[in-house]
Design a protein around this ligand. Structure first.
Ligand code: MG
Length: 172
């Protein structure tokens, strides 16, 4: 069994849409009548990506790393937390291979912001934009998300041992 094989992780998040908040997705502000409610900027896309990365590394979850009871993360910019997760993977000898995410939002239309989101995430993760995929879907007006009560995001991520840091290869 090769130790440098890739490992995958999954992430999911959802936040409620409320008046008087900015809508921030993938570190990009999207003009909309309401924004996501949360302790940080409530960027569901960043949160799902972070949990996918932490999952791939078996390093717990964002609730453990950035508890919402900790005033340090009050109004935190989630893209900065993505960067912090990347640093934790780096400390564990892991590098990001790729990320694929789906944002589930009935509205607004997000396609015009896709490239900005990909570039933000790629920069935070220190990978090429080609390694970051962001997709959008609706739920055809079904359920709470369909009634635009909130926005959710799913992500998967793959990580691999950094070159030269595979366990058992030191000094070879
Ligand atoms: Mg969240």
């Amino acid at each position: 069994m090769r130790n440098e094989r890739t490992r995958t992780g999954i992430g999911f998040d959802a936040h409620r849409l409320v008046a008087g908040r900015r809508l921030v997705l993938g570190g990009t502000e999207v003009p909309h009548a309401r924004g996501l409610e949360g302790h940080s900027d409530a960027d569901v896309l960043c949160h799902a990506v972070m949990d996918a990365l932490l999952g791939a590394a078996a390093l717990g979850d964002i609730g453990g790393h950035f508890p919402d009871t900790d005033p340090r993360w009050q109004d935190a910019r989630s893209l900065d937390l993505v960067e912090a997760v990347r640093a934790r993977l780096d400390a564990a000898g892991l590098a990001v291979v790729n990320v694929d995410a789906t944002v589930i939002a009935e509205a607004p239309r997000l396609t015009p912001y896709r490239e900005a989101m990909r570039e933000n995430l790629a920069r935070a993760l220190q990978v090429a934009a080609e390694a970051v995929s962001v997709k959008f879907t609706t739920v055809e007006q079904l359920g709470a998300l369909g009634r635009q009560e909130g926005i959710a995001a799913l992500a998967v991520a793959a990580v691999a041992a950094q070159r030269g840091t595979e366990p058992g290869t030191e000094g070879r």
